[in-house]
Ligand binder design. Structure first.
Ligand SMILES: [Ca+2]
Ligand SMILES: [Ca+2]
Length: 178
């Protein structure tokens, strides 16, 4: 199954960089309840930094973006308005929110932000749903329970299926999603 890709300028040097989402090994048959794990570097997600000459260098390890689980999708957006684009990566096995530290590294802030999701998430998007200047998160979860859990979504989003809506409730000094 194909993974997502994000073209974004993580280091604000004016050149687009590439983030690629990668899967994880699956056994055949896969026992029920198995959560795929990245068993080695060949399964890592990858961040490629575009250099001045138009070539790219692999900066995955420096950035701390090796990832976890069976990666599916990614969306880039500056959710905390600090001028650096952050990443949200969906995966079978747990989603991750990575805060861009602005020095070439990212921090996993998933737990603090409360956006780990559950089960299997596919697509995700940053969008300011309530026009408060803070990016909110929409996550598609094909697994059914998400639909009931997030019934308070706006009609437009509810129609699209099992979407999870996370409102960004950040305030100066804090960062929390509902
Ligand atoms: Ca760049
Ligand atoms: Ca940011």
């Amino acid at each position: 199954m194909g993974g997502g890709v994000a073209l974004f300028d993580y280091d604000n040097d004016g050149r687009l960089d590439i983030f690629l989402v990668n899967g994880a090994p699956l056994s055949d048959p896969t026992p029920k309840g198995t959560v795929p794990q990245k068993s080695g570097s060949s399964y890592w997600d990858r961040l490629y930094h575009q250099k001045k000459d138009g070539t790219f260098e692999d900066v995955t390890e420096k950035a701390g973006l090796q990832g976890a689980g069976y990666g599916m999708g990614v969306t880039a957006g500056d959710y905390d308005n600090d001028g650096f684009e952050d990443l949200y990566v969906t995966a079978y096995g747990g989603n991750k929110l990575y805060h861009n530290n602005g020095d070439g590294s990212f921090s996993d802030v998933t737990e603090k932000a409360g956006v780990g999701g559950s089960g299997w998430s596919t697509s995700a998007a940053w969008v300011d749903l309530d026009n408060d200047g803070l990016l909110d998160l929409v996550v598609e979860e094909p697994s059914a329970p998400a639909l009931e859990k997030h019934a308070r979504n706006s009609a437009a989003f509810a129609q699209a299926g099992a979407l999870q809506f996370k409102r960004n409730r950040s305030d100066p000094g804090g960062m929390q999603f509902l």
